[in-house]
Design a binder for this molecule. Structure first.
Ligand code: GLN
Ligand code: ZN
Length: 755
């Protein structure tokens, strides 16, 4: 058996590409110097893969910013507004990626969207009727040749025609179908070029195939590939799927003339059944994604070998591979100096996964039952140290249906709370964080490095809180926040204070562009050690007569932004986290905090790709987990939640079933579409659709905010409407924040006068 990698991380093990691009944006290095860094990164990791014995090494999986954007440029999809800037090719590319504001003009970037069910965001290229879709770029060929010159034969990777057409944004009158001929032509030409260059295989990534597909989708897929494959020459073609199984089109795939088909045996619940029940044609290669490309746990060799054994029995010619690109895991454990070996022994980051592939290849070729490597590996799955906590497990086991139900029911509580808080109509508030200015970050860093004492650290933050409270009072906001100065990140902050969590030093994973996040690892049973936010919140409350909102992150978001365990279900992990947050909610309440916000910014993130799985695989436990957090509070305690994406019109009932008292969300950028859905669904929860976009430094005028509110009032009854920005203010500057919030309060006052 041979081994294959779908794609490798690309930002550099120490984020070299991020720092180089940032220097380029600041005009500190030239485009050539940036390319040199990129070339170094590619060279290094091709060699690492080669030295690990990987048989199918990818090329063109690299990107300076994003692969979808690269594919758009490759096929000439560069809207006129970017061409019109008349800047260099490299600056045009980055204008599409990040927008451009300068002497040559002022254009916005392409939109950004979540890449399937990952935390990576891709650029959504726009195609209009004037664009001629054709092969125009050379990046895949250049990178293929670059590797070849290093003595490495690679398998170039390109986003497949179907996925590409499905993900494009059509801004003209044409649709995907109108481009089929052009796309077939462009991909055929690409294959011809690779043929001339001597490539043996080309990989087309088609993750879109793991969705629920309509008959039209399948026929588009078939049309595209009958066309592309009809011009096939010497180059072999691998159709690579990932992030699930291809149950809707498995036979259609096999009916086409692919030389290899890549299937995901990790996330694809039905993959093995599909293959064993329908068979797999002789003479083709099955690229079996058996090593998890998305999580950081070591592979269970015995389990994997039993899958490979089954494929062998069916005489299927199998290549051992990863379930998806390794883009979604950190580079290597080699850079982790602080995690004890008793923990790291259980992890495999990208580089370590290469070793796993080599081991699996070796084992699958011999009679593996007695091999030492196998025994060593099996021992890892018998038990892990410090991961079980009987008390936590008992507590989870004792949860019953009533724990998910808050009483009295919503409308009764709503009346009680109106009476209790006496807030003016259209109450104003913010989402939690205030600007994280340099001094705030410096204070945290100094404390972390031991340069200041804890007392000094706290004193500084208290000063910040006091100033923040005073500022909010001056502005005239109704429900105040403490500003979140103590937080580096809304998940890490809580993870660091919970039992069961581990942290890496260099475990960066790309989130968008060359920006990375460092997800914590859930190692064991999660519980709260002691109150986490109570001191900050009660201090802030002591400074004002107005209600001070407690500020927590919800269990689903904490889970979704961490690397989860694989030995217990996501549902169980989430319940453990929910209980820990529940304890914090009750402590806040007991200490006089009457309004508590539990952020579920990432609730939508792990929604399954197949609609048919939305409830059974996810929402059926995710929503109750949130309710578990707040079901124990008194009727007059007001629970808020916040979600970042307003793209929840299709799960609106589930959101209402979270049974929060108030929900705030981003709405300013989505044309307030969600308002219709709220009205149609008779949404009971009070709502604060964001009245301005905090992702931009511009200050919204009173008029602008007022007119947004007027629109909202057409769909939302006045007693349910809150007035707030669309997200936390931590990335903003102080001056623009004050000005924007003053306008927000002024607009709310106008509204009160009119209603
Ligand atoms: N309370 C958080 C903040 O204001 C919410 C952040 C978020 O929605 N991502 O920063
Ligand atoms: Zn948000």
């Amino acid at each position: 058996m041979r081994t294959s990698i779908i794609g490798y991380p690309r930002v550099g093990a120490l984020r070299e590409l991020k720092f180089a691009t940032e220097k380029y944006f600041r005009a500190e290095i030239s485009a050539d110097e940036l390319q040199n860094t990129a070339r170094e990164i590619r060279k290094k990791q091709w060699n690492i893969q080669k030295d690990s014995g990987v048989d199918f090494i990818p090329s063109n999986d690299f990107s300076l910013y994003d692969n979808m954007l690269d594919t758009a440029v490759l096929f000439n999809i560069i809207p006129e507004r970017y061409v019109a800037l008349g800047v260099s090719a490299s600056d045009t590319y980055f204008a599409m990626a990040r927008g451009y504001q300068g002497e040559a003009g002022d254009v916005k970037a392409f939109a950004m969207k979540k890449w399937f069910n990952t935390n990576y965001h891709y650029m959504v290229p726009e195609i209009d009727d004037n664009i001629e879709l054709k092969l125009a770029g050379t990046k895949p060929f250049d990178e293929y040749e670059e590797a070849k010159e290093l003595g490495i034969q690679t398998k170039p990777v390109v986003v497949g025609a179907f996925t590409f057409l499905k993900l494009l944004r059509y801004v003209g009158s044409k649709t995907a179908e109108d481009y089929t001929e052009a796309v077939i032509g462009a991909y055929s030409e690409l294959l011809a070029r690779f043929n001339n260059l001597g490539a043996e295989w080309v990989q087309f990534d088609e993750p879109y195939l793991v969705h629920d597909l309509s008959a039209e989708d399948i026929s588009l897929f078939e049309k595209l590939y009958s066309g592309i494959l009809s011009s096939k020459n010497e180059v072999k073609i691998l159709l690579q799927t990932y992030f699930g199984d291809v149950r809707d089109c498995y036979r259609n795939i096999l009916a086409l003339d692919f030389d290899g088909v890549g299937l995901d045996f990790v996330e694809g619940r039905k993959t093995l059944d599909l293959v064993t029940e329908n068979g797999f044609p002789e003479g083709r290669l099955l690229f079996a994604g058996v090593v998890n490309g998305k999580n950081i746990w070591k592979n269970n060799y015995k389990k994997t070998l039993s899958i490979l054994e089954e494929l062998k029995k069916k005489e299927i010619d199998t290549v051992i591979g990863t379930s998806c690109s390794l883009l979604h895991v950190p580079y290597t454990l080699k850079n982790e100096t602080k995690l004890p070996e008793k923990y790291t022994a259980h992890f495999a980051f990208a580089e370590e996964k290469l070793t796993e592939l080599a081991a699996l290849k070796m084992l699958s070729e011999c009679d593996w039952t007695g091999a030492g490597v196998l025994q060593e590996n099996a021992a890892l799955f018998v038990d892990r140290p410090d991961c079980r906590d009987a008390e936590v497990q008992e507590r989870v086991a004792k949860i019953d249906e009533n724990d998910f139900v808050r009483l009295p029911e919503f409308s009764t509580r709503e009346a009680i709370q109106k009476e209790w808080f006496h807030l003016p109509p259209f109450p104003t508030t913010t989402i939690g964080s205030f600007p994280q200015t340099a001094d705030v970050k410096a204070n945290r860093t100094a404390f972390r490095k031991g340069e200041i004492t804890e007392a000094q650290y706290i004193a500084f933050n208290r000063q910040k809180i006091a100033a923040c409270v005073e500022q909010q009072e001056e502005i005239g906001l109704d429900v105040l926040v403490h500003g979140e100065y103590e937080r580096n990140d809304m998940v890490e902050y809580f993870g660091e204070q919970l039992n069961g969590y581990l942290f890496t030093e260099k475990g960066w994973v790309q989130s968008y562009g060359t920006r990375c996040v460092k997800p914590p690892l859930i190692w064991g049973d999660v519980s709260r050690i002691k109150p986490m936010t109570v001191e900050w919140s009660t201090y802030a409350q002591s400074l004002t007569e107005k209600p001070m909102k407690g500020m927590l992150t919800g269990p689903v978001t904490i889970l979704n932004w961490s690397f989860p365990r694989e030995d217990i279900s996501l549902k169980e992990s989430t319940c453990q986290i929910a209980l820990a947050i529940r304890d914090e909610v009750l402590d806040l309440e007991a200490n006089g905090i009457g309004i508590i916000q539990v952020d579920e910014a990432a609730l939508r993130e792990k929604l399954p790709l197949r609609k048919s799985d939305w409830y059974s695989e996810y929402l059926d436990w995710a929503i109750p987990a949130f309710r578990l957090v707040h079901s124990g509070v008194k009727a007059e305690t007001q629970i808020h939640t916040h979600m970042c994406y307003s793209e929840f019109t299709d799960i609106i009932q589930a959101i209402d079933d979270m049974d929060a008292d108030v929900i705030t969300f981003e709405a300013s950028r989505s044309d307030l579409l969600i308002l219709d859905a709220l009205k149609e669904n008779d949404f009971k929860t009070e709502v604060g659709p964001g009245v301005y976009d905090i992702h931009s430094p511009r200050v919204p005028s009173i008029q602008e905010i007022k007119s947004a509110l007027d629109k909202m009032l057409k769909k939302i009854s006045p007693e349910k409407l809150w007035v707030n920005p669309d997200c936390g203010l931590k990335t903003r500057g102080t001056a623009e924040t004050t000005a924007s919030l003053e306008n927000l309060v002024a607009a709310a006052k106008e509204l009160r006068n009119e209603n």
